[in-house]
Design a protein around this ligand. Structure first.
Ligand SMILES: Nc1ncnc2c1ncn2[C@@H]1O[C@H](COP(=O)(O)OP(=O)(O)OP(=O)(O)O)[C@@H](O)[C@H]1O
Ligand SMILES: [Mg+2]
Length: 350
């Protein structure tokens, strides 16, 4: 194979590839390598591109006669990334004379996914441990100091009920998330009536609203035919249940939560018409820099408050998954001290 043909072939690869001579001088870099590390390294020592001790050690081992060396590195400069690096001898030239091929495969996404998984496990363990620790503490008190105190017993049983319900909810939410993840690629097959769902959710949350001294107002401006959209009733019920419940929970006392259902002819990212549902509260609002993180699992602006209210911090993560499943969009707008508006856009046709 001619050098030109070899270089054209290497340019087609998705990995960054360098060819070095036995002195470690760069003789060629493919187009991915140039995109990542820049041009103009030909003729220079490879150390000028990646100054990573492991990387240099492996190259030197291959220079001294080893067939190949493989390992992964994490670098901050000139790009922040994790690479799986393979260093191999090129051709069958005699020891000390062979050219060396260094290929770097970007595995940053993989590493990020691994990190997310281990963070998730740590979070779940933590979330499960706190109600369990509380339960164990109450049991101990009931057996000890509160043994013959009927009033204290009732109070502790109430608290235990609260903690146990939170664990049940947490597990239900986790199962819901994993089911959604498994079905993400399969589009919802049924038809869902958005207005009917919101009315049902509104009725079911009336008690909560009363308890929190808030009113929930519903304004509907959607033609009957557009209210029915391709979607899954149960999933969309979960979406509105969480958003309206949040608006009630995090809205200030004596204020109104308003829900507006409308149709929009065009929404960025949605082909065709969309049903828009706007849920607006007059609560404390969310600081701008936290808005993007709200849909992360277990993310809460105020952890204690959310826990006090029995929340798991999974509500908006579930909403996001359901919106992806329905090829819909969610927009969050909020101002501290004024309130928040969560808007859901759902396509009216498949
Ligand atoms: N309308 C809102 N106003 C102010 N903050 C909100 C609002 N909605 C959500 N948040 C913030 O976002 C966080 C995440 O919301 P999410 O619905 O995911 O969890 P949660 O309500 O705490 O728990 P769960 O939904 O499981 O009951 C909340 O803890 C709260 O800090
Ligand atoms: Mg919630």
């Amino acid at each position: 194979m001619t050098d030109k043909l070899l270089h054209t072939a290497l340019d087609l690869l998705q990995e960054a590839v360098f060819i070095l001579d036995v002195e470690r001088t760069v003789k060629f870099s493919n187009s991915v390598a140039i995109d990542l590390f820049g041009d103009g390294f030909v003729g220079n020592d490879f150390v000028q591109i990646i100054r990573h001790p492991e990387c240099i050690k492996a190259i030197d081992e291959v220079r001294k006669g080893k067939e190949s060396a493989e390992y992964s590195i994490s670098i901050d400069y000139p790009v922040k990334a994790n690479f799986s690096v393979l260093v191999s001898r090129l051709g069958k030239k005699k020891r000390g004379n062979a050219e060396i091929l260094v290929s770097l495969k970007d595995i940053s996404d993989l590493r990020e996914a691994e990190q997310m998984r281990s963070d998730f496990v740590a979070n779940v363990s933590h979330e499960l441990r706190s109600p369990l620790t509380a339960l164990a503490g109450f049991i101990e008190t009931l057996r000890g100091s509160a043994k013959d105190d009927e009033v204290a017993r009732e109070r502790f049983l109430g608290l235990m009920d609260h903690e146990a319900s939170r664990m049940v909810r947490l597990i239900a939410d986790l199962l819901s998330l994993s089911k959604l993840e498994a079905n993400l690629r399969i589009r919802p097959s049924g038809q869902a009536d958005v207005v009917a769902i919101i009315r049902r959710v509104q009725t079911s949350l009336n008690d909560l609203a009363k308890k929190e001294s808030k009113t929930v107002e519903l304004e509907i401006a959607v033609p009957a035919e557009a209210s029915k959209i391709p979607g899954n009733e149960d999933e969309l019920t979960q979406v509105f249940q969480n958003l309206i419940e949040n608006a009630i929970k995090y809205g200030s006392q004596g204020t109104t939560v308003s829900i507006k259902v409308d149709t929009k002819e065009s929404v960025a990212g949605i082909p065709g018409q969309a049903v828009a549902v706007e849920i607006r509260d007059q609560g404390e609002g969310i600081p701008k820099h936290q808005i993007a993180r709200l849909t992360e699992r277990f993310y809460r602006v105020d952890t204690h408050r959310s826990r006090d209210k029995g929340g798991t911090g999974l509500g908006l993560a579930i909403v996001k998954h359901i919106m992806n499943h329905h090829r819909g969009r969610m927009h969050i707008d909020s101002e501290v001290g004024v309130g928040s508006t969560f808007t859901i856009y759902l396509p009216t046709s498949k």
